[in-house]
Design a protein around this ligand. Structure first.
Ligand code: SIN
Ligand code: CO
Length: 376
């Protein structure tokens, strides 16, 4: 079990999105989620997003995966980073559970790093929240205050920065956690061969929301209302203030109407940035197959990283999954809530769920889309 050894409500009020914090021994008796060898093997696969960062005296070099071997990198000054471990390694689901005090829609991925001494990506600033948890080995982390920092070597193209004064300066050891909100400069340097885990959370920008909203309006052929005016400016070449306001009010009106924005948000926020390991069955399951599997003791698993989201105060009974809305009968609200809350269902829980025909139909649909699978 991965249980966090700190006060979550205090964390949420004092630190989350506000300031960094170091929590020593946040996960007592922490064990690595994956071995370095297994991680290196995963990074050989095309579908898995991986990269090696080689630290140079005044720069760094990024080599995108997949990788066939690592000999060329030697014994120090490099780091292998694998994104979305939770999509490919079912055992990591339990670890993700420990962070579900932040809603699922905000979760981005679990990135794993295997670093050799001297390896590190250099000082930088992220625009997402990250929890860094140390596994085997030791890494030296510094975190500075929010502010404006010069790009490294005055190079406008580099994501690296320089010149921050540490407000946190610590050697992370197994089970320690470092939380860094967006905007705080940080740098991790590797002291001994080390595994570490970064749980990242996303926050859509106005640009992303606008673009998603425009796509949704085009897809549904909505938002066709046009500007009308009742008074005109005296100066022909002028776009009057009232015309400017009335034009922009057309957007505000849409953006304030749940009928327009709810489905857009559900679809947008249920998508993943990294590829999912979708397990579509070769032949579609029938309701009978499903009952047989369950009678033989099968358990039900959600594929790693898949989000099953519901909107509070939704006008329709629907879940959002991988960018799509799936409707269900309001009578199975409790069962759907369980499907959204849990990643796995033991045999007894699965048997209970499929007792109701409408839940059985929904699970059958999710299985046949490859979003759930049966296992032992
Ligand atoms: C690292 O593990 O060095 C990268 C994590 C980060 O800086 O966000
Ligand atoms: Co970072």
């Amino acid at each position: 079990m991965f249980s966090l050894n700190f006060d979550i409500s205090e964390f949420l009020t004092q630190y989350w999105q506000k300031k960094p914090i170091l929590i020593k021994n946040a996960f007592p008796n922490f064990e690595d989620l994956i071995s370095a060898d297994e991680l290196a093997g995963l990074a050989c696969e095309e579908a898995v997003a991986s990269r090696v960062v080689v630290t140079k005296p005044d720069d760094w070099q990024i080599i995108e995966g997949p990788f066939e071997d690592y000999e060329q990198f030697g014994e120090k000054n490099w780091q292998l980073l694998v994104q979305a471990l939770n999509h490919w390694h079912p055992d990591s689901a339990e670890f993700i559970n420990a962070f579900r005090f932040i809603p699922d829609w905000r979760f981005d991925d679990l990135m794993v790093s295997f670093a050799t001494p001297g390896g590190g990506v250099g000082a930088h600033i992220d625009n997402y929240d990250v929890f860094i948890i140390q596994g085997e080995g030791q890494r030296h982390w510094t975190v500075g205050d929010k502010g404006q920092y010069a790009p490294k070597n005055n190079d406008p193209t580099t994501p690296l920065i320089e010149g921050f004064e540490p407000i946190i300066d610590v050697v992370l050891e197994k089970g320690d956690l470092l939380y860094i909100p967006p905007g705080f400069p940080h740098q991790g340097q590797t002291l001994t061969l080390a595994m570490s885990y970064s749980i990242g959370f996303r926050a859509p920008s106005q640009q992303e929301l606008f673009s998603e909203m425009a796509d949704a309006l085009i897809d549904t052929n909505t938002g066709l209302k046009r500007f009308t005016s009742s008074d005109e400016p005296k100066i022909a070449s002028q776009i009057s203030s009232s015309h400017q306001q009335d034009l922009m009010a057309l957007i505000t009106e849409l953006a304030a109407n749940p009928e327009y924005y709810q489905a857009m948000l559900g679809k947008m926020l249920s998508q993943n940035r990294f590829e999912l390991d979708i397990c579509e069955p070769e032949e579609a399951y029938t309701a009978e197959d499903m009952s047989d599997y369950v009678a033989q003791g099968a358990q039900l698993y959600r594929i790693g990283g898949l989000k099953l989201l519901k909107l509070e105060d939704d006008s329709i009974s629907r879940i959002f999954v991988n960018g799509e809305a799936i409707e269900y009968s309001a009578a199975i609200e409790t069962e759907v809530q369980q499907l959204c809350e849990r990643f796995t269902f033991d045999n007894q829980q699965t048997a209970m769920l499929i007792q109701t025909p409408a839940t059985q139909a929904l699970i059958l649909d999710l299985l046949n889309r490859g979003y759930f699978y049966f296992g032992e």
